[in-house]
Design a protein around this ligand. Sequence first.
Ligand SMILES: Nc1ncnc2c1ncn2[C@@H]1O[C@H](COP(=O)(O)OP(=O)(O)OP(=O)(O)O)[C@@H](O)[C@H]1O
Ligand SMILES: [Mg+2]
Length: 253
Amino acid sequence: MVSCLKPQSSNEDDSVILFSTSNSSISPSSSSFNHSPPPSSYKLSIKNLTYTLHPHKTIIPFSFSHLTQKPHPINILKSVSFVARTSEIVAVVGPSGTGKSTLLRIIAGRVKDKDFNPKTISINDQPMSTPSHLRKICGFVSQEDNLLPLLTVKETLLFSAKFRLKEMTPKERELRVENLMHELGLFHVQDSFVGDEENRGVSGGERKRVSIGVDMIHNPPILVLDEPTSGLDSTSALHLKHFQYIFKKELFL
Ligand SMILES: Nc1ncnc2c1ncn2[C@@H]1O[C@H](COP(=O)(O)OP(=O)(O)OP(=O)(O)O)[C@@H](O)[C@H]1O
Ligand SMILES: [Mg+2]
């Protein structure tokens, strides 16, 4: 079963952070949002969210098709409801395979239109009608790293800034990237390669922070992190947790 915890809360900022973890020991854009100033606070409401996966039938040669059965639908989420407000960090906790990533992907709008139920997610009491509305408001750091190993830390963040901060000049983007690298503790490794399993680059914890930087370059009001500490040793995980709290207090003031 997936549960939602609120491990920490303060009134000092205007962000909501949602993250998933398998470790149970952890103590809008509707069209009106596009044309009005951003709200100063956010309330994300999930109500009776249910998700059933309909797997595709495997394509096999016609002569064997009588041997295959139609795949059964898989009920992944059943009536999930919770509310997350500004200045809160909400943790989604549950064993492997219970639907944490599925839940976070839906909340962050990373699903196809046909898989999205517009009645289940609202922001500031305005129902989100399509996943693209959610994508505009929610930064999403997926469980797997999607970074280019041959780019440096700074190049990676500049690349993201180029796409997400189109209204800024190159100089302004560079300044934003430099500030972000300071905030994420990445300034000293800005010219190191991101790397991957085969070509070693920055450390696992630093790579995770680069992934977070890529998705928070434009200061999304809601940040969704899927297993931000998975694969890290306990010291790196603790560092990242500490960073989350620092980040929560400082970045969205
Ligand atoms: N596209 C898919 N095809 C087949 N099964 C899927 C698909 N997406 C999700 N599932 C199944 O749905 C269940 C929930 O998956 P999900 O990735 O959300 O779990 P999780 O809680 O994030 O697990 P973990 O802690 O291991 O990351 C799993 O049993 C998974 O195998
Ligand atoms: Mg997962």
